[in-house]
Design a protein around this ligand. Sequence first.
Ligand SMILES: CC(C)(COP(=O)(O)OP(=O)(O)OC[C@H]1O[C@@H](n2cnc3c(N)ncnc32)[C@H](O)[C@@H]1OP(=O)(O)O)[C@@H](O)C(=O)NCCC(=O)NCCS
Length: 169
Amino acid sequence: MQLRTERLLLREYTANDFDAVHAFASDQRIAKFVEWGPNTTADTKTFLETCLVAQSDPNRANFTLAVTVPPGDPIGSVGLSLTGGRGDLGYVIAPGLWGRGYATEAAESLLRFGMEELGLSEITATCRPGNVASARVLEKIGMSRNGLRKADKLIRGQWQDSLVFSVSA
Ligand SMILES: CC(C)(COP(=O)(O)OP(=O)(O)OC[C@H]1O[C@@H](n2cnc3c(N)ncnc32)[C@H](O)[C@@H]1OP(=O)(O)O)[C@@H](O)C(=O)NCCC(=O)NCCS
């Protein structure tokens, strides 16, 4: 599958994307508010393998797509993981390209795909309270903040709270 936006092509990962993915996934700056990363080469290999397996799963529950500015290599990742009829949204953009609206554009497109094409009843996303950029992305794509989960994520040895955002059909 692939999704087009004004500036972006969200497409399936291929094994050839290793270098581009590892460049942003191994950057310390992406890891401040997330459980994963900075990636080792083994982490990035496992990530890509998981994406490739998901693509051919007839009961696909993981829609993790490469964010590209065509015809370029991946500059980030956007993902929707399904549990039943609900989805959980996440994203990362290469630090050198933050602040250009790419996360908003990518997340909005995958959110719409989830609601309109997959027919999900609800999509949620969480971010750490200090992750102002991520909370802003979620607000901008029309998700509402409706909760706080205390001590929700263990991030490099410290339990951190999560703001919970959602949108329903
Ligand atoms: C969160 C992330 C994906 C945002 O990517 P991005 O492409 O820079 O996002 P956008 O440009 O679409 O939008 C960012 C918004 O946050 C705002 N913002 C960014 N940093 C901010 C800050 N420190 N304080 C206030 N607002 C901030 C921007 O101004 C923009 O809002 P605006 O359009 O109203 O001005 C990126 O920072 C990232 O990859 N972080 C690491 C991984 C991560 O935390 N992922 C989310 C997990 S919950």
